[in-house]
Structure formats: structure tokens, C-alpha cells
Design a protein around this ligand. Structure first.
Ligand SMILES: [Zn+2]
Length: 248
């Protein structure tokens, strides 16, 4: 982590200011600028008894998707950076982390974020009973709808772990796609799952509400820009995921 050297001489003429303070302005001044988005071509996922699992969105358009999970930490930069970036993001929120702080997440929602489903308790669902999974998936969707005014249509299982029941139960209560991811971002570093270190069309980037939120958000968008893809809204690429409910 960069910081001012403790041995640096203090200026006698002005208040010393640490040279590397990364405040909101530092981040917003570095956000990449993207051009207009293409008209999305939503994918029809309403067939079969299970919701599909996506590691990436099956599209050839030059778009990628930023998703932000959990909500365990309410970072003060999330709202100003979202507004300054002009991008749309999808938040997969865990009810036990967020339900006492709806206003924080409603402000992000008002700035263009769409809130989706990441269970009540963030428990690994693999091998859990149908009743348990139904509560964590379907009752959670209902509850998120009560809190945020829109019932989620997408589900991300905690840790990305699921079994056959997860996919059937998600489908049974309108969770149209079970989302995995293509890249992760942590501490400002994008980790790729392919040797070609680019964010490719359709890729889904995962970050979290963590202390390095500013670094992660900036890294995700900077790498998208360098990769030649534009950040688009995930729900716009899934038929019926949004209708008008994602657009304020
Ligand atoms: Zn999570």
C-alpha cells in the first residue's frame, strides 16, 4: 500500500498533505469513459425444469457485466463511484447482511444498481434439504422483494456452490438464471480464469463490498475498457429478467 514516507520533510509553507490519499476524487478522476451501449439481445432461458448456470452470458456483443456480492460492508465510496461511472451493476445481496440497512442499498438501487438474490444466511447449499434450500432461495426472493420493491429474478448461490435441487428450486420460484462468474476482483487485482488475461464478451466479473471497494471497482472498469468490452446490465441480457422493473 502506498503512503507518504515517514522521513519526508514537512513543508514549512503549507499543510503537509499525504501524496497518495486515494479519496473519492482520486478514483472518479481515473474512471474510464465508455461509449453508448449496443441494443441488448436478451437470451430466452425459460425452458426445461431447471434454471441454467452461467459462468458467462451467451452473447457475442462487446459487453461484460459487473456484479457485486454480499453487502457485508457498506463502503462509503460505492454510491459516488457508481454515479460518477454511469454504469449499471447487479448486486447479489445476502439478507442477513443488509436488512438492517435498506437505505444504503436503496440509494445504490436509485443510482442504477439492480438487486438480486444471494440467500438469507450465505450458507453453502450443496446437499442441503429441499426445505432448507427453498427457504434460502425462494423465501429470500420474496423478502428481498418486500425490502427493495422488486422481487429478484436472478440467483447467485453462496460460494458459487449448488446441486441439482438448487437449480430446480431456483427455477420453481422465478430465479431465471443461477449465476457463477468469469473473473474476480479483490484488493484491486483482477483474477482471470483463462490464460488470455482479458475480459471477453459476455464475461461476468465478481467483486464484493470489501474495504478495497474503490480499488476493485476501478480495476474492474479499467480492465473492461482495456479489453474492449463495455459494462452492461446483466438483466438486460436475460429475457424477462427485468421488464420495466430494473429501470427507474
Ligand atoms: Zn457471497
Amino acid at each position: 500500500m502506498a503512503g507518504s514516507s515517514p522521513s519526508a520533510p514537512a513543508s514549512p509553507t503549507r499543510t503537509p498533505k499525504p501524496g497518495n490519499v486515494k479519496d473519492v476524487d482520486w478514483y472518479t478522476s481515473r474512471l474510464p469513459v465508455f461509449g453508448p451501449l449496443p441494443e441488448p439481445e436478451p437470451v430466452d432461458v425459460d425452458h426445461g425444469p431447471e434454471s441454467p448456470v452461467w459462468k458467462k452470458v451467451p452473447t457475442d456483443q462487446n459487453v461484460a457485466f459487473l456484479t457485486i456480492d454480499d453487502g457485508a460492508l457498506r463502503h462509503p465510496m460505492a454510491l459516488p463511484l457508481l454515479k460518477a461511472s454511469g454504469v449499471r451493476v447487479t448486486l447479489f445481496l445476502t439478507i442477513n447482511y443488509v436488512q438492517k440497512y435498506p437505505d444504503y442499498f436503496k440509494a445504490l438501487q436509485a443510482a442504477g444498481a439492480v438487486i438480486e438474490n444471494h440467500t438469507f444466511t450465505h450458507t453453502d447449499l450443496r446437499g442441503k434439504s429441499v426445505a432448507f434450500q427453498h427457504h434460502e432461495i425462494c423465501d429470500a426472493a420474496d423478502r428481498l422483494g418486500q425490502i427493495f420493491g422488486r422481487r429478484p429474478t436472478l440467483f447467485r448461490p453462496p460460494f458459487g456452490d449448488y446441486d441439482d435441487n438448487t437449480l430446480k428450486i431456483a427455477h420453481s420460484c422465478g430465479q431465471k438464471v443461477v449465476l457463477y462468474w468469469s473473473e474476480t476482483v479483490d484488493k484491486g487485482i483482477v483474477r482471470y480464469q483463462i490464460a488470455d488475461h482479458r475480459i471477453l464478451p459476455g464475461h461476468i466479473v465478481l467483486m464484493h463490498f470489501r474495504p478495497a471497494y474503490g480499488d476493485d471497482f476501478l480495476a474492474a472498469l479499467t480492465r473492461m475498457k482495456a479489453s474492449g468490452v463495455q459494462p452492461a446490465l446483466l438483466e438486460d441480457y436475460i429475457k424477462g429478467a427485468c421488464d420495466d422493473s430494473c429501470n427507474e
